[in-house]
Design a protein. Structure first.
Length: 165
């Protein structure tokens, strides 16, 4: 599973994984949809971007790790960030993120981190994540998504846009 709001990121990681014989690669653009999909398909690996609409990358990881309905709470997670700070590393370690990749990245980097994440087996996480806070974040994300979906979309064709300029 690849989750990023940037199509260039999802396309790059997805094509690299498919070249490595991953039969089914799911690409999503927000953390909330990814959470629901992860519950249903229990992916063997998740690439998650830090900046996602509705449910940010680290919030997504906390939700996955705390969710008892997830078939595999220890799913290997590779975290994608444009700025990996020491604080980001500490939080990622606490959430048992398998790998961190700084954007932009190369195909070779994706391959190396994929192999490393899949080779390492970690026991189911024993984290003290407040499930109430996770539920609140998920509820807030759902409300934001519903609000966005209810908003009318104003789109102009290329010709209409030229006429307005």
């Amino acid at each position: 599973m690849v989750v990023s709001p940037q199509p260039m990121i999802t396309d790059a990681v997805t094509s690299t994984l498919r070249e490595q014989s991953f039969k089914q690669v799911v690409a999503l653009n927000n953390g909330l949809d990814a959470m629901e999909r992860a519950r249903n398909i229990s992916p063997s690996l998740i690439f998650i971007d830090e900046s996602l609409p509705y449910l940010a990358g680290l919030d997504f990881i906390a939700a996955i790790r705390a969710d008892i309905t997830t078939l595999r709470p220890n799913i290997p997670v590779v975290f994608l960030s444009s700025n990996i700070t020491d604080q980001c590393r500490r939080v990622a370690t606490w959430f048992q993120v398998y790998e961190l990749i700084e954007k932009p990245f190369s195909k070779a980097t994706v391959l190396a981190h994929t192999q490393s994440a899949l080779q390492r087996e970690q026991a189911a996480p024993d984290l003290c994540i407040d499930k109430k806070i996770v539920r609140q974040k998920l509820d807030q994300a759902r409300r934001e998504q519903q609000k966005d979906e209810a908003m009318p979309r104003l789109t102009l064709s290329a010709d209409e846009l030229k006429r307005t300029v």
